[in-house]
Structures are given as structure tokens and as C-alpha cells.
Write a protein of this length. Sequence first.
Length: 376
Amino acid sequence: MSKSFEHNVLTTYRSLRVAMIPLLLILVVATALESTRGTDCLLGSISAYYHTPVRGAFVFSLAALGACLIVYKGNDPVEDVLLNFAGFMAFLVALVPTTVDGSCPTKYGHVVADANTADAVRNNVLTLLIVSVAFLLLYGFMPRQVHRSTSRRGLQAATPDSEEHEGWSGPLATWFRDVRHRKLRLAGVLGLVTLFIVLVELALFIFWPDTFKDSAHGISAGTMVLGVLGVMVANAYSFERATRAADGQPSNVWTNRYGITAGATIAMIVAAVVIFRSGRHLILVVELVVIVGFIAFWYMQTRELWFYPTREQKSVVVDHVALRAPAPPQGVPSGRPSASGRGPVADGMAAATETTSPTESAVPSRPSRSDVYKAL
């Protein structure tokens, strides 16, 4: 692949990763501004602000976030399934409003549900289903069309997929392939579960539209939160495998940065349920905890993978540095990967090697994969 192509792919990943943080912040900022406008009063959930001036920001944020989650390619099949599911649920949360919250009668006493809510839900959700089918058809049809076009001209197109991991072999490559196969099986199970949830909502929409109008928002919001938490936990396992498992070191997924973030988020959700179980702001607190936790997680992942599209591609570079390059005596090489994300800049390692004394070089040692991964 050309350098310009790699740069464009990496730039696209960076833009998607960075964009999701302000899209989440829109929900918090818009809600905070509206809550302090005039009489200070908090509704019971962020979704309840759909019936206030926040509606435009609420729908825009969730719709854009849902598109980003679906378009973004996860680090492994499990994460990809959960991202796609959370993204689709975000669309339903935006299109199917919750009921009017009466928590602030002095401020929103005049607010009632739109008279055309049922018609709006019917039209908007049906539109979502139609364009979703159109997307799936286009996504499946386009490769076949390209293949027929190239075959008709007697050409064989070399695609990025066919060149994946070219020249990368050895025990580590075999280990990654085994991991991928295990993740594919788990992704298949999760795919069936998420498909079942979508089909249940589809059945409600078709056969029991009133029930769908009243319950789809809660179902979609709850399962979206579970999908987001699943992405955080999946990243904790993925990061642990990338940094430790290949070295044969003991693995404890809940002690790395993603495991701690996911665990803290889940613990705070449980604490909120215990503390606010009889309060009207329980859902609001849980929503804020999930948003803050996901922003923290997504910021760390964006920083970790700034020079790489996925964690597996970063591992290729780490493998090259840890297993092939000489290690400097004072720690991990300071070289940065190139902008394309396919190889490290080795000038830092070369400089460190030049300053190594004969005594130090007599007993060569390599940094652990964990140290190299975290340094890059």
C-alpha cells in the first residue's frame, strides 16, 4: 500500500476517535446549560431533555455518535460487534423519545408530549430500517461489482485485505491468529444475542407499535449502555493480550488502564443504584457515569493508537522492535513510529546503541514486549 493511502487511513481513524469525545460532551454541555437556564432544575435523565430546547443537540449528538460507532472498525471482531450494536441502539434512542418528565413543574409544567409522537416514531424508525437495509445491500454488493469489473477486464486487483500481514510470520503471528479465531467464535455468539434484541424491537415495531413507542427508548438506552461497557471490557482484555500474554507473563486484565477504567465505571454504576435507588435522578447519574467513563476510556485508546489504525497493527511494529532490534541498555527505545503506522523510526535506538559501552554490550538484553508496547 502507498504511503499516501496509509496516511489517509490513519487520518480517518484519528478523526473518528477524536470526534466521539466532543459528540459525547454535547449531551453533557447542552443538558447543563439548559438546567441552569432560568430556574435551576434537573430532570431525571438526559433523555428527558428531548422535550426541552436541548432536543436538537440531543438528536444530533446521538445520531452522529451512532454513525461513528458503526463506521469505526474495532480492534477485534468482539469489539466490532459491540460497537455496531451500540451505534444502532443510539439511533433508536435518538428517534424514539422517552416520556415527559414532571420533575420540574415550575420550569416545564407546560411541556406535554407531541401530539404526533406516534406518527413521528413510525415514520422515523421505518426510515431507519429502510436505509439500514440499503446500507447492508450496498456494502455486500459493492465488492462483487468491483470483482466482476476487474474479472471482465482480465485484471487481478490487489486489495489491502489480501496484503494483510504479508511477510509477518513466526510464533507471534501464529499466536495472534489463534486469538483471532477464539474472538471470532465469541463475536458470533454476541452477534446472535444482539441480533435477537434487534429482532425483538422490530417485532414490537411491526405488531405492537404502541408498546414499541413506550418501551423502545428504555430498551435501546439500556442495551446501548451494556454495549458500551462491553467495548470497554473487551479493550481491557485486548490490551492485556497485546502487552503481556505474548511474553508469557501472568495476566491480570483488571490491573491495566482499561480494566481499571471499566471496573471503576461498573462499580460507580452499582454505587449509584444503591445510593439513588429511590431517587428521581438515578438514571441521570448512571448516564453521566457511563459518559464520563467512556470518554476516559476513549481518550486513552485514542492516545495509545494515535500512530496506528488498530492494536493488532501496532503489535506488528512492537514485534519488530522487541524481537529484532538491539535493545538500548537504559530501557525502551525512544523511536516513534512513522506517520503511516507501519514501522518505527529507529534513530533513537541507533543513538542508544552507539553510546553503549563494550561491557554493557557484552551482555545484551531485550526489553519485554510489555515495555516496548507501552513505550510506542
